[in-house]
Design a protein around this ligand. Structure first.
Ligand code: HEC
Length: 288
């Protein structure tokens, strides 16, 4: 054999590779690659085949939160991949952003990622494709080519960890920071611990739908400028509304703040302190 030296050099890799290839052979494949970005700078793109050939493929059986079915996915450990692409320095960034084909973005704190076992799934039931997921509105989605899933059967804490989203149809993994993602809603660094905790809780539970100084989602209204919500709502009503919107406004479109969460009342109080602190941090009015 002409390529014998090479073959023996990478022998242990080769046997691992054969197993992986056999595993996935003969099934239709998604032709795609996953991009890795470091704070705005593209670092690497890895094609599905290269992912399968380079990294150990694991199976994770999970309770899929979209439709509460037990499913068995094959993929590569997220932490292993982050270490391989960015070295362990990735942990110096406080957040990781996952972007999907349709532009949906989810941000997960690095500190939460480190604590749990997630894989970038490339297939299901030992095949290189996924079965469809049915959403609560009866819409179906194919989560491929890349679907981030979390071990949530043995690690029950995952189910109550609201930061852990399961982004599907993923295209990009980016190292970032909350400060960079939400530059206008971060409270002053000299803020009290309560305000900082409130900010954390706000990012976790509210920023998907509300903006603060323009940072965040647009399903609900901006809460800080020109006039902060804390300047025209009394704290006790604010607290009641956040805790149970329909108890204040019959047809409110806002969801009730998670009833199962620990120290719920304290978190709502912290969020209000954060909102009060931000009332002193508004964007400057446009000069005439
Ligand atoms: C799923 C989207 C969603 C989430 C999550 C959400 N809200 Fe809302 N919120 C809304 C919508 C929509 C409204 C619009 C008013 C209504 O329907 O009552 C609203 C209204 C409000 C209002 C009243 C604004 C006004 O002047 O009428 C406050 C205050 C508020 N939200 C705070 C919060 C806080 C704090 C959180 C996090 C604990 C939060 N919201 C989470 C969607 C959301």
């Amino acid at each position: 054999m002409l390529d014998k030296p090479t073959a023996s050099r990478s022998h242990h890799k080769t046997s691992q590779l054969c197993a992986v290839l056999l595993y996935f052979m003969g099934f239709e494949a998604y032709a795609s690659s996953l991009s890795f970005v470091n704070n705005g700078y593209p670092v690497k793109m890895i094609a599905t085949d290269d992912l399968l050939q380079t990294y150990e493929v694991k199976t994770l059986t999970v309770n899929n939160p979209t439709d509460s079915t037990i499913r068995s996915y094959q993929g590569v450990s997220l932490i292993l991949l982050l270490n391989a692409v960015f070295t362990s320095q990735w942990k110096n960034n406080d957040a990781i952003k996952f972007t999907a084909l349709d532009g949906y973005q989810s941000i997960i704190p690095s500190s939460v990622i480190i604590k749990h076992n997630g894989i970038i799934a490339l297939g299901e039931n030992d095949q290189r494709r996924f079965s469809l997921l049915t959403r609560s509105n009866a819409e179906t989605v194919d989560p491929g080519p890349f679907f981030l899933v979390w071990e949530n059967i043995q690690d029950v804490s995952v189910r109550n960890e609201h930061w852990l989203s399961w982004p599907w149809q993923m295209t990009t993994i980016e190292l970032t920071s909350f400060k960079r993602e939400y530059p206008h809603s971060t409270p002053p660094s000299a803020s009290t611990e309560t305000v900082k905790k409130g900010f954390l809780a706000f990012r976790q539970h509210c920023i998907k739908c509300h903006t603060i100084n323009g940072d965040g989602g647009n399903i609900g209204p901006e809460l800080n400028y020109p006039v902060s919500i804390t300047e025209y709502w009394q704290s006790k009503w604010l607290s009641r509304f956040i805790t149970d919107p329909q108890s204040v406004r019959a047809n409110s479109k806002m969801i009730t703040f998670n009833r199962d969460i620990e120290n719920r009342e304290q978190l709502v109080a912290d969020i209000i302190e954060y909102l009060k602190a931000m009332a002193k941090r508004k964007p400057l009015p446009v000069s005439q």
